[in-house]
Design a protein around this ligand. Structure first.
Ligand code: CA
Ligand code: CA
Length: 108
């Protein structure tokens, strides 16, 4: 983690497996006030974020609007399921995969 400005910091996380959950907390050490944990009862309670799922349905090594169209075709029954439509890996292809794909697109 590095400082960008007085109260702004930047941290870089290494690449994670798509669909994984990252839990984190902050430990602030100040010579005057000691150690502060955020959230207060960390690490019992942590912040969490979910990484985006891979959603390359058409196999062109990128996730874009064409993958969204391919998934819509699978869900509507007008397109073949290539086996990559289960984006959230729950064993079903449905609206939740569409939401995961939209989330992936929004993360870019
Ligand atoms: Ca693609
Ligand atoms: Ca699914």
């Amino acid at each position: 983690m590095c400082s960008l400005a007085e109260y702004d910091y930047f941290a870089f996380l290494p690449q994670q497996t798509p669909g994984s959950s990252i839990k984190y907390y902050f430990e602030l050490v100040n010579e005057e006030s000691g150690t502060t944990l955020i959230p207060e009862n960390a690490p019992t309670t942590c912040f969490a974020l979910e990484t985006a799922y891979e959603a390359d349905l058409n196999g062109d090594e990128k996730t874009d609007i064409f993958d969204l169209l391919a998934l819509l075709k699978v869900i509507s029954g007008s397109g073949a399921n290539s086996g990559t439509g289960d984006i959230n890996k729950d064993g079903k292809i449905n609206i939740f995969d569409l939401l995961s794909l939209l989330e992936s697109l929004g993360a870019k």
